[in-house]
Design a protein around this ligand. Structure first.
Ligand code: SF4
Length: 463
């Protein structure tokens, strides 16, 4: 029996797409030329190399696969989607049991052990790829260097470094600053900061081409909350006034005091996600030394409650890294203990009106945890995430949080490919992600609904 079939048997209440998504997020796939068919040229400025792990570096990418590197960008695996509209970011892992191959044009299959086809319902949805010449600001900066556009969703990274690294207090799973050095090692330029006025100009260019629906600002960690709030306020103000319509703009950041949250709301921000990473009382400061100095764990929890009061239930999220509490000498010794502790965090968040999301733990080259080879043995299995998906869903229903959720907090258009975002409830309620978003987004802007319709046979369309 294939591993996916085995998981489907173990979790009969979960839709198979949820299982496939998490199996791919956890175990990834080995490299193959077919991955290039689902890859996009990412400008160096985006700087996230989450599509790779193990001991991967840009120098290695260039040496082993030179066709994937050009002067201003690297070709990185993108996303594949399934018929429920759920998707996942392709994640290359050298020791994965899987290979992805194209089975017919635009349709891909997962091969276990490289031979056995175990799932063939994956679809590529090509996006329009820009070249630098296609859109530049008045200062000549390519708009895509300032605003990362994912169809109708956007991401802006005002400050591309994290202050915690300097003192060796970075989160132990993170390699954010190393990706700067990594990019520079092959001559890719990734500016550390960007100007709010030029970013607003880029935002305006994109926003006049397509109706931007939602997006977020995200930077590295700041030692001082008032600096973090000031930087972000400037961006929120300028971006909000660049367009004649409102986008659902959120901030992904450290917890911050009430007065800074009020400043941000007054500047035009509609929601926040605090990157707490670890809920566990014992391990919060072990895994996140910089964040724990920034504010104590009690203050983080207080900040969530303030944020719910200020932005409203359904507009505040938390992020945890699934399984990170297993890493290092102080970590839990079994994945079940780590799972239970994670569930406690989910429950606290949901009961306080906060939507918890989860990122699968990655082996980020250059991060403190990646230096100890023993940590490689301590990755949680897919069951860790599926157990959490079931428990999360039950708790969301118990507290009625699905109904109160602002659907743009974790919109179905790009976020469903990333951290766990309530996908179990989305599919149970609506059947697919296109339908889940249909009451807040008209069909002509709902690219997932259009894409899913394009997969239907003429007979299915007639129904
Ligand atoms: S705050 Fe932590 S997760 Fe965020 S960039 Fe800094 S080290 Fe990385």
């Amino acid at each position: 029996m294939s591993r996916i079939a085995e998981l489907a048997k173990k979790y009969p209440t979960l839709h198979k797409d949820v299982i496939v998504k998490w199996e791919m997020m956890v175990n990834g796939m080995r490299d193959s030329r077919d991955l290039d068919k689902v890859s996009v040229w990412r400008p160096a400025s985006h700087g996230s190399y989450l599509s790779y792990d193990e001991d991967f570096t840009m120098a290695r990418l260039k040496a082993e696969t030179p066709w994937r590197v050009r002067e201003d960008a690297v070709l990185l695996p993108d996303r594949l989607w399934m018929k429920t509209g759920l998707g996942f970011l392709l994640h290359r892992k050298e020791r994965s049991p899987y290979v992805i191959r194209e089975v017919s044009e635009g349709r891909f299959g997962i091969y276990e052990g490289g031979e056995e086809l175990v799932y063939d319902g994956l679809y590529a949805t090509p996006r329009k790829q820009r070249t630098a010449a296609e859109g530049v600001t008045s200062k000549g900066t390519p708009v895509q260097d300032l605003v990362e556009l994912n169809r109708r969703c956007y991401r802006v990274v005002p400050v591309r470094f994290c202050e915690y690294f300097r003192a060796g207090e970075e989160c132990k799973f993170c390699n954010f600053n190393h990706t700067q050095e990594d990019a520079r090692s092959i001559g890719l330029n990734r500016p550390v900061t960007i100007a709010p006025d030029e970013t607003a100009e880029a935002f305006k260019i994109y926003g006049s081409e397509v109706k931007l629906l939602e997006g977020f600002l995200e930077s590295g960690g700041f030692k001082k909350s008032d600096t973090e709030a000031s930087v972000n306020c400037r961006f929120v103000e300028q971006l909000s006034s660049a367009l004649p319509y409102e986008t659902h703009m959120k901030l992904v950041a450290e917890a911050m005091p009430r007065k800074e949250l009020l400043r941000l709301r007054d500047a035009g921000l509609l929601g926040v996600r605090f990157q707490m990473e670890v809920f566990d009382e014992r391990l919060f400061s072990v895994v996140n030394p910089g964040k724990a100095k920034h504010m104590s764990r009690e203050e983080w929890l207080e900040a969530f409650q303030n944020a719910v009061e200020i932005f409203g239930v359904g507009n505040v999220a938390a992020k945890f890294v699934g399984g990170v509490t297993l890493q290092g000498p102080d970590g839990y010794s079994t994945w079940q203990e780590a799972r239970d502790s994670h569930m406690e965090g989910d429950r606290w968040m949901i009961s306080h009106g906060v939507f918890p999301s989860m990122q699968a733990l990655r082996w980020a080259p250059g991060s403190p945890f990646s230096k100890d080879i023993a940590n490689r043995q301590k990755f949680p299995p897919t069951e860790f995430f599926l157990d959490l998906a079931v428990a999360h869903h039950e708790t969301m229903k118990e507290y009625g949080l699905y109904e109160k959720l602002n659907k743009f907090l974790y919109c179905g258009f790009c976020c469903v490919t990333n951290p766990y975002a309530g996908e179990v409830g989305m599919i149970e309620t609506a059947g697919d992600i296109g339908k889940w978003m249909s009451d807040v987004v008209p069909y002509e802007q709902n690219w997932i609904a259009q894409f899913l319709d394009s997969l239907k046979s003429p007979a299915e369309k007639g129904k």
